[in-house]
Design a protein around this ligand. Structure first.
Ligand code: AHR
Length: 653
């Protein structure tokens, strides 16, 4: 019966739909491409990444650490994310102990006084992790803690991953011999054939009365490239798929801190974890600083990205600034030390410290950014502060390219960092932003994070933060279309726009995880997903090219955008098309100056609705779909769907 109804109605519906689509099509377009006419170079570093400690991007995100508040910070409510365990008739109490800790950086600890405990009646503490702890079958977790015991024999310390609902351990290790002096102990937890689940916690217990002090309790799952103190694998893989070429680091508002005293002090983020004091981040939660400067550089190394290093420039978010001149000198020196840490040989003081920290080879560095969004400093001190950094850095490192984050006059920056947080309609209107340079009659104006027009005489542009902000926690298809339209403009002008990075990149979608809406990649404790805007980035980053080509678009709807590049080495022509309208777009592509293979790869990202999106439970609603265009010659007739982003990869014969 159902089949019969379908057989009668389906052809009618199909005819009606075809008729509607035919009527609804926008004016056909003709796109002429001259494959033998390179116009301008495409920056090999155009698409990069930008991150900071926001939305639990590092702690509770990319950084593999599973223990939340591993250094036992406390407030009026007690020690955060840690709870007392008293199995059976055990009896104990816990408290923060400000008088003893394992290092100068970590001067306090958790004190556990166990009055009564025995086998089967253990006492200790549990940690709830970042929205649970991800347990997977047949997986090895590497852990460690710093501990010391009171005078009595505390017996072995038992560490277990425990299911929240079952209360049963899924993996257990015993650490014996805890002495009366602070020392680090290591352990491994190995799961068997258990179900994958986030609903787990970590327990640390003993079966003897006595006193135990703990600090820096750490547990890592397997990490990307198996790095110690490393990163979550799924998130690294998602970033790798974007083919990013640079990483804007470290840490934007996070670099500045709310107060000067809370700025990101890079020297506190290197070396052993026990020597890192941790610090408050401006986004409302505390940072472990487990992802420190060297970890960022490893991240660059792992994804083959160039670091774009930002140095603290003397302005913090609440409006405090350091006066240029003598007051600023220590901060300038800090920046010089940081550059030596990143690039210096092992004969230098800071290069030797980097080697001691595990990386003798200096890192390659081209760009250094002076501060972040310094146009918020209404004191007007940035011009002089920038000049002071410029003079000192260029004197020692004349080849470094310096990036200003607001207009300056006293020195001439090599690059200016521009920021754009907009809606899709703004991007449709502004997709030609960099096609329209300023001239003598229309001088540039700086407006909330960027110049109104580019100046082709320089400096170069780094679009260091940009996003179409529609959709929460992650962007929807409408935002992806706005992004893609914007990116066609970046590509066309990539001789001027040397780098660009979407912001923010990451968001933990668990309740309370997000501080800033519209973030490219979402995740919870177990899983992650890419938004439609993420897939737009994957598509643009995967088919970059090295030159734009001569081209002309005639006809087509108002929301049709394109860029066309070629890769000389790969003998490919890449055409990116964006149709921000809901109706299909017919395009005649006339391609001269190259003999093309008879078929071309077509990658399409589309949806029926701008609100359509991906989510943690529906990660693949909107994903790129690959197909082939056949019968490719010097003229190709192609109709792209409404609300679509496409890349056509033409192969030269
Ligand atoms: O990306 C979020 C924030 O936006 C960054 O920290 C800051 O630089 C900008 O204002």
């Amino acid at each position: 019966m159902i089949g019969k109804t379908f057989a009668r109605t389906a052809p009618l519906a199909a005819v009606a739909l075809a008729a509607t689509l035919a009527m609804a099509q926008t004016a056909p377009a003709t796109l002429t491409i001259h494959a033998d006419q390179p116009v301008s170079s495409v920056s090999p570093t155009l698409y990069g990444l930008m991150t900071e400690e926001i939305n639990f991007s590092y702690d509770g995100g990319l950084y593999g650490e599973l223990v939340r508040n591993r250094t036992f910070r406390s407030d009026w409510s007690g020690v955060l994310y840690w709870y007392l365990v008293e199995n059976g008739n055990a009896s104990a109490k816990i408290d923060s102990d400000k008088d003893t800790g394992p290092s100068d950086a970590l001067k306090s600890s958790l004190r556990i006084d166990i009055a009564k405990a025995s086998a089967g009646n253990e006492a200790g503490v549990l940690n709830v992790g970042y929205w649970g702890m991800p347990v997977r079958p047949n997986t090895e977790y590497k852990g460690s803690f710093f501990a010391k015991a009171g005078t009595g024999d505390i017996g072995p310390v038992t560490v277990s991953l425990v299911g929240d609902e079952s209360g049963k351990a899924v993996a257990t290790a015993k650490v014996a011999g805890v002495g009366t002096e602070w020392k680090q102990y290591e352990f491994k937890l190995k799961t068997g054939t258990v179900p994958a689940s986030a609903a787990n916690h970590l327990t640390i217990t003993v079966a003897h009365p006595g006193t135990l002090w703990l600090n820096l309790v750490s547990l890592f799952p397997p990490t990307y490239h198996d790095r110690t103190n490393g990163n979550r694998i799924d998130l690294m893989e998602k970033m790798a798929a974007m083919h990013p070429t640079c990483l804007r680091l470290p840490w934007w508002n996070y670099l500045e801190g709310t107060q000067i005293s809370e700025r990101l002090d890079w020297k506190n983020t290197i070396g052993q974890l026990v020597d890192r004091p941790t610090h408050p981040s401006p986004w409302g939660y505390h940072s472990t600083d487990g992802m420190g400067l060297l970890e960022f550089l490893y991240w660059c190394e792992d994804l083959k990205m160039n670091p774009v290093l930002a140095v603290y420039a003397g302005y913090s978010l609440a409006g405090e600034h350091v006066n240029p001149g003598a007051d600023l000198e220590p901060y300038v020196q800090d920046a010089l030390d940081e550059l030596e840490y990143v690039t210096g040989s092992t004969d230098t003081k800071w290069g030797a410290i980097r080697a001691k920290n595990g990386h003798p080879e200096p890192f390659k560095l081209t760009y250094v950014e002076i501060g972040n969004e310094e146009w918020f400093d209404h004191s007007g001190s940035y011009d002089e502060r920038y000049a002071q950094f410029d003079k000192a850095i260029k004197a020692k490192y004349p080849n470094l390219q310096l990036i200003a984050t607001a207009p300056v006059k006293t020195a001439k920056p090599d690059v200016v960092d521009e920021h754009f947080y907009v809606r899709a309609t703004q991007n449709f209107h502004d997709a030609h932003h960099y096609d329209n340079p300023s001239d003598a009659t229309t001088p540039q104006k700086w407006d909330s994070g960027h110049f109104d027009k580019a100046d082709r005489k320089g400096p170069k542009i780094f679009v260091g933060e940009w996003a179409t902000r529609e959709g929460s926690p992650t962007p929807n298809m409408g935002a992806a279309l706005g992004d893609a339209a914007w990116m066609t403009g970046l590509e066309r002008n990539s001789d001027l726009v040397v780098m660009a990075s979407y912001a923010p990149l990451l968001v933990n979608v668990n309740p309370g995880g997000m501080q800033w809406e519209t973030d490219l990649i979402g995740y919870d404790t177990m899983k992650s997903y890419g938004s439609p805007a993420y897939y737009a980035q994957v598509m643009f980053g995967s088919y970059l090219g090295d030159h734009t080509l001569g081209s002309k678009l005639e006809g087509g709807g108002d929301k049709l955008f394109y860029s066309v590049t070629s890769s000389a080495a790969r003998r490919r022509v890449y055409l990116k098309l964006v149709n921000g309208s809901t109706t299909p777009q017919a395009i005649d592509i006339e391609l001269s100056g190259a003999k093309l293979a008879s078929s071309a790869k077509l990658v399409t990202l589309s949806a029926h609705d701008t609100q359509a999106t991906n989510s943690i439970d529906h990660p693949a609603n909107i994903v790129p779909v690959e197909s082939m265009l056949s019968g490719v010659g010097s003229r190709v007739h192609h109709t792209m769907p409404g609300l679509a982003i496409e890349v056509i990869e033409f192969e030269e014969q």
